[in-house]
Design a protein around this ligand. Structure first.
Ligand code: GYE
Length: 345
């Protein structure tokens, strides 16, 4: 295909009197990237897709082949195999879950195509099956959120109270779910007076978050103190369900305290209104980070095998402004409209 295009371009350009050498060079410079995206399940994902599309644009010298897998791994396997057939220069994969990639990544390796993993991780037996990974420290995100909760309840004089928690998990087997759930579980385990009432997947979507919350409320609505949603969209759905069932959301005793992850524009707006009490950042702007990796590879430079992105956290008020995890301090910033307006997503 590519060869035919070059030949055609050559013919046209020679007719137009352009130098054939220039045309060859222009074609050679274009880097073809096949990007297998998880889906469009959340605001975070939309911001991530936008970041990738605006980075890997024609103007920037790329041809991006974008594939939306609709949250299905089988679609991602097909997309990767298509990219291999199309002989792309790089494959970028945002994997829906961690396992099940060995065979297809071996096929990419055999074809000599470097694979860059972005956002969630892959769990493969042989690390040489991918070139680099960039994404978030999901466990740390969960730890920060739960350390905030601990300090918040303490500050409100509720440190010794029986606290009942609900965890609306992300897509089971996705790194973002695994890490955030681990952070949650370990904190509950560490508190004798904290109990997990329910733990169920909301698939990272608003609709499923609402559905799951509705059924949990039916079973134990009166007992719930805290709902830990593993992303903003689940929180939006959960908040709707809580309100519809006649309960109040918020950080005071007698209200249901909702926590979330992602810090999308809509998530932080709900934090400012007090409906989400703490929102821990997960940064979706991976386009420029993946591009940096590709440019280094193009230049024959070494790249980090794994790179974690720095992230912050926001709360609806200033009850807790700092948490400490494993000896490191992390700021929790009280959200303001100015902060929301100044953010890129
Ligand atoms: O938190 C969620 C999205 O993998 C970090 O996936 C990502 C998560 C993000 O659907 O909103």
């Amino acid at each position: 295909m590519k060869k035919k295009m070059v030949t055609a371009l050559l013919a046209v350009s020679m007719l137009a009197g352009l130098s054939a050498v220039n045309v060859m060079a222009a074609d050679d410079d274009t880097i073809t990237v096949g990007f297998s995206q998880v889906g469009a399940e959340s605001d975070w994902r939309t911001a991530n897709t936008e970041s990738m599309k605006s980075t890997f644009s024609e103007d920037n010298g790329y041809e991006l082949i974008f594939d939306d897998a609709q949250q299905k791994q089988e679609n991602q396997l097909t997309a990767i195999r298509n990219f291999i057939q199309q002989e792309v220069d790089y494959i970028v994969l945002a994997p829906v879950t961690e396992t099940g990639w060995d065979t297809v990544l071996q096929e990419a390796k055999d074809a000599g195509i470097p694979v860059i993993i972005v956002d969630r991780m892959v769990d493969v037996s042989d690390d040489s099956l991918y070139t680099a990974w960039v994404g978030s420290n999901f466990k740390l995100e969960g730890q920060k959120a739960m350390a905030w909760l601990d300090a918040y309840l303490e500050a409100k004089g509720r440190g010794d109270e029986e606290i009942n928690l609900v965890d609306i998990q992300g897509t089971i087997g996705a790194s973002a779910q695994i890490g955030r759930t681990e952070g949650f579980d370990e904190a509950v385990e560490a508190h004798d007076n904290w109990t997990t009432l329910a733990q169920q997947s909301g698939e990272f979507t608003q609709a499923k978050g609402q559905e799951v919350m509705e059924s949990i409320l039916k079973q134990s609505g009166d007992d719930i103190d805290v709902v830990y949603c593993e992303n903003d969209n689940e929180a939006f759905g959960a908040i709707d369900a809580i309100k519809a069932a006649g309960y109040e959301v918020g950080g005071e005793e007698g209200q249901i305290l909702v926590m979330s992850f992602d810090t999308t524009n809509a998530g932080l707006t709900q934090t400012l209104s007090g409906e989400i009490t703490c929102d821990t950042e997960c940064n979706p702007l991976h386009g420029p980070r993946v591009e940096e990796i590709i440019q280094k590879l193009e230049a024959g430079e070494d790249v980090d095998k794994q790179a974690f992105v720095d992230e912050v956290a926001f709360a609806s008020d200033d009850t807790v402004t700092k948490v400490t995890i494993d000896g490191t301090d992390y700021d929790i910033t009280p959200i303001t409209q100015e902060i929301i307006d100044g953010r890129a997503y």
